[in-house]
Design a protein around this ligand. Structure first.
Ligand SMILES: Cc1cc2nc3c(=O)[nH]c(=O)nc-3n(C[C@H](O)[C@H](O)[C@H](O)COP(=O)(O)O)c2cc1C
Length: 205
């Protein structure tokens, strides 16, 4: 079983990375394989609604999004991490998630996910609300913790001192590992995935 940890900061070793490390270490201790995926600090294009992905199954911009989608196909769970910018996830992560969920949303179905945030002071709860919506529209079980999914800090050393924040990250790792093991048991017991109905009406009748 493998979980991909996506770092949506422009800083590979910043506060978000420190939060994700806590989850990674916990998952590894529980016997779950992990893969770190840094989306990079180059600009990430927003979705241009060209709909070419509807024909090809890939985003027309062949960058980190398509690289991630090919890895996501083999993964069992996901953690998306981001700094809080103006009380929302980083714009780069939102552009990344818009494009990957629009072009390859079927890769995520029924796979557990969590989103975690690093903030200097505030805005992480609003950020959670935004990120969790990608998961709920993609039929992904949302992994929760024991408090809001955030750590506080402007630099990683401050996150290091946020004992409750790090505990919250650890509990996400424990809860994610537990859910993955439950899903694995269910598969082995012959429980099939549900076949969801699909209707797309654009509010016209
Ligand atoms: C453009 C910008 C906007 C930010 N907005 C907020 C904010 O709304 N609330 C907050 O607490 N911190 C805000 N911050 C601070 C970062 O969220 C915080 O330093 C975070 O821990 C950085 O994580 P990183 O090291 O992984 O990039 C902002 C930082 C930047 C660069």
């Amino acid at each position: 079983m493998k979980v991909i940890l996506v770092n949506g900061s422009s800083r590979p070793d910043g506060c978000t990375a420190r939060a994700l490390k806590e989850i990674r270490d916990t998952l590894n201790a529980e016997g779950i394989e992990t893969l770190d995926f840094f989306i990079g600090n180059a600009p990430i294009a927003d979705c241009t609604a060209c709909l070419s992905c509807r024909k090809t199954g890939k985003c027309v911009f062949n960058d980190k999004v398509n690289e991630f989608a090919s890895l996501a196909a083999e993964a069992d769970g996901f953690v998306f991490g981001s700094p809080v910018y103006y009380a929302h996830p980083s714009g780069r992560l939102l552009s990344f998630m818009d494009r990957v969920f629009y072009s390859a949303g079927n890769l995520f179905k029924f796979k557990p996910a969590a989103a975690v945030f690093s903030a200097r002071r505030a805005g992480s709860v609003a950020s959670m609300d935004i990120a969790n919506k990608y998961f709920s529209i993609a039929a992904m079980p949302i992994v929760s913790s024991t408090y809001w999914n955030h750590v506080f800090g402007k630099e990683p050393a401050e996150v290091e001192a946020d004992a409750e924040g790090l505990m919250t990250m650890k509990n996400i790792g424990l809860n994610m590992a537990w859910l993955l093991k439950c899903i694995d048991c269910a598969k082995k017991a012959g429980i099939e995935y549900p076949v969801n109905e699909k209707l797309f009406t654009n509010f016209t009748r």
